[in-house]
Design a protein around this ligand. Structure first.
Ligand code: NAD
Ligand code: IPM
Ligand code: MN
Length: 353
């Protein structure tokens, strides 16, 4: 049976368009392995569009992404010409919030032993394979708060952090449910409840909801200690669930443990709805326009997208092709190679079988 999917892309800013352009042919070829056809729609939203039109993400585009497409692939958003980052917040955070994509799924898996910056552990080469479940719809990211006496020494800015039982509960369930379905035995919840009393809600719900998953052990780490332990013994973690801000920070740390931002993929999900897939990295203005950005994070985000569309074999084929490129040393400079963004994309595309 031939299957047809519509995928929107928002290549965005900086290296976003370069990595998306390099990844699309590979994603398409992998989909074809499963007899699936992808129809791509390229949307113009990003800093250029904002600076010319004043528009960030218009309602009709939001409704289109909500109602008419099977998935959205984002490159990156962020541009030095928009120092307040308002367009990126509207587009990226806006889509996460308004589509209620409450699971930000960020796998950290070591695809080649040489990519780990840590010395070998006591048990030999590192074997890192954990997933971060980042709450994606609230926390401090809601941007609630106030400012007064602006521009005076008395200036006071207040940022409110919001945690609701229903939303904390559903991300915890997503983490436990995923662990159970994927044969993992431990879920680690991270907060800072020793300093931020509001985080005790996470502790309470973690115990309550965790009790519904008798096969899964629960462990808790304050986020400072978790950052330490992720560097000391990353192989001991399987599933980490945490709030929006801590998930953001820990996912860059996790990325670096397995080769860096050039390899880190993510999926923004709400079961039953179209998801949004994007590399963890940003627009890397220092690299933009040079053809040197690593497209693998976008290819691997495409792999998560294909799996979400039910094309598991296609997703696996993309991962195999990325591993093959790593094995062969066909990489951009961030991983020690000398290939360009486009060359890595082409090599991966040709390797798909
Ligand atoms: P960044 O992720 O863009 O870059 C951090 C570092 O990683 C830089 O040294 C960069 O060169 C390197 N890097 C990132 N992606 C790479 C790739 N594909 N290949 C090789 N090296 C790569 O983070 P930043 O510098 O803090 O932010 C730059 C802009 O991107 C800001 O405007 C920020 O808000 C935005 N941002 C957007 C997203 C997103 O769209 N999802 C994510 C993070 C940051
Ligand atoms: C990410 C990014 C975004 C975030 C920024 C660009 C708002 O860092 O996707 O990790 O903080 O979520
Ligand atoms: Mn981030």
């Amino acid at each position: 049976m031939r299957r047809q999917f519509t995928v929107a892309t928002i290549p965005g800013d900086g290296i976003g368009p370069e990595v998306v352009d390099a990844a699309i042919p590979a994603i398409e070829r992998a989909a074809a392995l499963c007899d699936a056809t992808l129809t791509w729609e390229r949307l113009p939203y990003g800093a250029d569009h904002y600076l010319v039109t004043g528009e960030t993400l218009p309602d009709h585009a939001f409704e289109h992404l909500r109602d008419d497409v099977d998935a959205t692939l984002v490159g990156a958003l962020g541009d030095p010409r928009v120092p307040g980052n308002e367009h990126a917040r509207d587009i990226l955070l806006g889509l996460r919030f308004r589509l209620d994509l409450y699971v930000n799924y960020r796998p950290c898996r070591l695809l080649h032993p040489d990519l780990c910056p840590l010395r070998a552990g006591p048990g030999g080469p590192r074997d890192i394979d954990f997933v971060i479940f980042r709450e994606n719809t609230e926390g401090i990211y809601l941007g609630r708060g106030s400012a007064r006496h602006v521009g005076t020494p008395q200036e006071e800015v207040i940022a409110e952090e919001v945690h609701t039982a229903q939303r904390v509960g559903r991300i915890l369930r997503a983490a436990f449910g995923w662990a159970e379905a994927h044969g993992r035995t431990t879920v680690t919840m991270s907060d800072k409840s020793n300093a931020v009393p509001a985080h005790q809600l996470w502790q309470r719900l973690f115990d309550e909801i965790g009790g519904e998953y008798p096969g899964i052990q629960r462990e808790h780490r304050y986020v400072d200690a978790l950052a330490m332990e992720l560097v000391r013994a990353p192989e001991r973690f399987q599933v980490i669930v945490t709030n929006n801000l801590f998930g953001d920070i820990l996912s860059d740390l996790g990325a670096e443990l397995v080769g860096g931002l050039g390899l880190a993929a993510s999926a923004n999900l709400h079961p039953g709805r179209a998801g949004l897939f994007e590399p963890v990295h940003g627009s890397a203005p220092n690299l933009a326009g040079k053809g040197v950005a690593n497209p693998m994070a976008t290819v691997l985000s495409g792999s998560l997208m294909l799996e979400q569309l039910g094309l598991d074999e296609a997703g696996a084929a993309l991962q195999r092709a990325v591993r093959a490129a790593l094995d062969e040393g066909v990489t951009t400079t961030d991983l020690g190679g000398s290939a360009s963004t486009a060359e890595v994309g082409r090599w991966i595309t040709d390797a798909i079988a």
